[in-house]
Design a protein around this ligand. Structure first.
Ligand SMILES: C[S@@+](CC[C@H](N)C(=O)[O-])C[C@H]1O[C@@H](n2cnc3c(N)ncnc32)[C@H](O)[C@@H]1O
Length: 336
């Protein structure tokens, strides 16, 4: 972390400001050190490890994500896939301008950082956090960017001040938390009055949920240790790949492939080579079967969450990861 970014951090227990005590600094960035807060007679300390302030340990319900994003740290980056999947999704569903210079944006649940890269491209100052050690994967791609503060932290105990951020982005995350509505509501207080919120969540519908075989299988697979499950997914995909190639030629082939629990992106990335498609299949099949929590929502429920948070300019649309929402925090805010 850069010392000047300490101003964006707060003690998640008391909300008090933190003092940075650097132990090792490399090229102006703190590699190891401590963040210390004093409030109400108590002192809290949080370590900075490998350039990243850590407010949680990696032993939590999201370890599967840490595993997958460190193994596939670059797989879903546009530069690697050769398709503008992330860039297109980001701009199409947030509706945010391509120039956000002077703004401070929070990214919740950043994974390997493909959206962090997009946010940094806008010129914004980006504070990006994740519950898992996926932050280390993100660091490898984006960590030295002068406008980025990467943090390992929890949405339910955010180490940030209220009314701090011009924008908050949370893509691909809410369905994977123990209480998606509570997670959604937790994003609102850190937004500045008038600030912009962009979130998405898996779609709950007959086609995407009830007829989706992943929800039959996941109760069994989510308890398998990550490494074992990943290699089982990989072996299964390698074995099924010749059939996948055949099924792609059939009219209902894609639906069958996905119901066979193989994440095939050949229609979304028509120019991708075989190896790229396989890498995405390994990653996303594991991503389907490993999460502890996976709670899709209907567009109506998602809209209700926005309304309950008293947000304005609410727009709910199908797409992104299922259902995407944009909204603004009202200028006059009541925190009670
Ligand atoms: C499917 S990944 C999406 C990553 C990234 N946003 C993307 O779309 O590529 C979900 C991420 O949410 C993170 N996550 C889950 N619960 C969280 C929490 N309570 N606080 C912060 N991050 C959380 C996971 O660790 C994981 O990296």
């Amino acid at each position: 972390m850069r010392p000047e970014h300490v101003k964006y951090l707060r003690c998640p227990s008391t909300g008090a400001a933190l003092r940075l005590d650097a132990e090792e600094t490399v090229n102006g960035r703190v590699r190891t050190g401590r963040l210390i807060s004093k409030a109400d007679g108590s002192i809290n300390e949080y370590p900075v490890i490998e350039y990243i302030p850590r407010f949680v340990t990696s032993e939590n319900y999201a370890t599967n994500f840490g595993f997958e994003w460190n193994l596939h740290a670059r797989t879903q980056y546009d530069e690697v896939s050769g398709h503008k999947m992330t860039e297109d999704r980001f701009f199409a569903f947030t509706g945010w301008p391509s120039n956000l210079e002077g703004q401070v944006v929070l990214e919740a649940g950043s994974g390997s950082g493909r959206f962090t890269e997009q946010l940094l491209g806008t010129g914004a100052t980006v504070i990006s956090f994740d519950f898992s050690n996926a932050v280390d994967a993100n660091y490898q791609s984006n960590g030295t960017h002068p406008n980025l503060l990467l943090v390992q932290g929890d949405m339910y105990h955010m180490p940030f001040a209220r009314d701090e951020f011009d924008r908050v982005l949370c893509y691909g995350v809410l369905q994977h938390t123990p209480d998606p509505e509570k997670s959604f509501q937790a994003l609102v207080p850190v937004l500045k009055p008038g600030g912009h919120l962009a979130t998405d969540i898996y779609l709950k519908s007959i086609k995407f949920w009830l007829l989706n075989t992943r929800y039959l299988v996941r109760p069994f697979t989510r308890n398998i240790p990550s490494e074992r499950l990943y290699w089982q997914c990989k072996r299964y995909i390698d074995f099924m790949w010749p059939l996948v190639r055949l099924l792609r030629k059939l009219p209902l082939g894609q639906a069958i492939i996905w119901r066979l629990l193989i994440a095939d992106y050949s229609t979304k990335m028509p120019n991708a080579n075989d190896q790229t498609l396989k890498e995405w299949a390994y990653l996303d099949t594991f991503d389907m079967l490993s999460p502890r929590y996976d709670e899709p929502q209907t567009p109506r429920t998602f809209r209700t969450w926005h309304e309950k948070a008293n947000l304005t300019d609410i727009n709910i649309a199908l797409g992104s990861n299922g259902v995407a929402g944009t909204a603004r925090k009202p200028i006059t805010v009541d925190h009670t």
